[in-house]
Design a protein around this ligand. Structure first.
Ligand SMILES: CNc1ncnc2c1ncn2[C@@H]1O[C@H](COP(=O)(O)O)[C@@H](O)[C@H]1O
Length: 292
């Protein structure tokens, strides 16, 4: 049963700036999809990460593969997108930035163009049905597919930017962060920016990506996905954190994030190196006693 706090938080008007369409499918919608395709033998445990359950990034991407098998036609996309929008609205979200990677599925005749059009149709229908939410769409580039596909996706996104009456607003860069390097996608991202698409970039999601993050932050992006390893304490750098803070880029936060010059960081530094301060203090006391 809902507590008073649950109700309060549900009713609180909210913005959702990091929603992957196929990462936002509810248990109920998943049930409908599984029933529609019994031949796939998919069970619920293969499509969701339960509260408190820990999964590696690799396992998360396996889950998306299964979901993609379930969502592979215009009919599925329309149903899923409408349900996701209605559920966010029921949760008190007033502004939603939905992102999704357009896919081609030969067996069902789905093309990338129709994929985007179908999501836009779902947004249009929700608006017509007066669902109380403002939805924008970001076309996603999957970094695993490389620079050629990235450039094709940018061109597609650009067409929709001009024809979707303000619903398509940007480009998202996502996909397995351990695959490829951002430098190969830079020209596609620059083109995207130059034609007026906003950029939502997944970066520093895994360690040892400082060079890539530096490069991507120079674009700069308008949204950051995760940014888990930007901070110097986890292998990032002050320069990376500085760029995010100075440019005020909203971040899909997955870790405590302090600007390098904040009081909290100084205090943490002090306590971390307390033993050094103690030795310095002893040395000063020793020198005072010797000299006096
Ligand atoms: C866990 N952190 C993450 N890091 C990077 N990319 C992620 C992601 N979570 C989701 N995606 C991206 O979103 C796709 C699923 O939604 P769509 O089919 O596009 O709607 C995944 O295949 C992946 O490319």
């Amino acid at each position: 049963m809902d507590t008073e706090a649950d109700l309060f938080y549900r009713q609180l008007p909210k913005v959702e700036l990091h929603a992957h369409l196929n990462g936002s499918v509810s248990f109920e919608t998943m049930e409908t999809l599984i029933k529609r395709k019994p031949h796939l033998n998919i069970e619920h445990s293969m499509t969701a990460i339960r509260r408190g359950q820990r999964r590696s990034l690799d396992e998360c991407f396996q889950v998306f593969k299964v979901i993609h098998q379930l969502v592979d036609s215009e009919e599925d996309i329309l149903m899923v997108a409408k349900a996701v929008i209605q559920e966010f609205a029921a949760d008190g979200v007033k502004y939603l930035e939905l992102r999704s990677t357009p896919r081609e599925v030969t067996e069902t005749g789905l093309t990338k163009q129709r994929y985007i059009e179908t999501v836009l149709e779902a947004i249009r229908q929700c608006k017509q049905e007066e669902v109380d939410i403002d939805v924008r769409f970001l076309v996603a580039v999957d970094r695993r597919h490389g620079p050629v596909v990235a450039m094709e996706t940018v061109k597609l996104a650009e067409d929709f930017l001009l024809s979707s009456d303000g619903v398509v607003v940007g480009l998202d860069l996502s996909g397995d962060p351990t695959v490829g390097h951002g430098k190969d996608l830079l020209s596609a991202l620059e083109k995207s920016k130059n034609c007026g698409l906003k950029l939502a970039l997944h970066l520093s999601e895994v360690p040892s990506r400082r060079d890539e993050s530096e490069l991507l932050l120079n674009l700069p992006p308008d949204r950051i996905g995760h940014g888990t390893f930007l901070h110097p304490e986890v292998g990032g750098s002050d320069s990376l954190v500085d760029k995010v803070c100075k440019q005020n880029i909203p971040i899909g936060k997955s870790f405590p994030f302090h600007p390098p010059n904040s009081k909290i960081t100084y205090l943490k530094y002090f306590f971390k190196h307390l033993n050094i301060f103690f030795y310095i203090l002893l040395t000063i006391l020793f020198l005072i006693s010797v000299l006096s």
